[in-house]
Ligand binder design. Sequence first.
Ligand code: AMP
Length: 120
Amino acid sequence: MIYDDNNVFARILRGEIPCKKVYEDTHTLAFEDINPLAPVHTLVIPKGKYVCMTDFIEKALDAEIAALQRAIVKVADIKGVKDSGYRVCANTGVEGGQEVPHLHFHVFGGRPLGRVLARP
Ligand code: AMP
């Protein structure tokens, strides 16, 4: 998979575009979604150049994968939804509805979220 260095999250990681940071560690960055769909809507991304979930799992170090998963739960805790419940979602590829080609996990919460997918 070819990584586009000019995608918006690559630019956030380089500091070229601002973000509302929620959490950061060696391998991950979490920041508020610019167009929130729930009272809590935070994005958690790896700092490495991974296009999507498939790319990440096929190429990333175990330490990067573990850090990202742990960061998601840290974000849920920071945002106050760890106990009330939350949803984690990584849209992947064209039919998965992925728009930004840098892996990101959405963390949604703060209200009852209903079913995962609307019935067609
Ligand atoms: P997806 O459809 O899964 O690729 O989600 C991309 C998400 O990135 C959307 O929820 C957008 O609102 C969000 N987004 C796009 N640009 C920015 C930005 N500059 N800062 C924060 N979130 C963004």
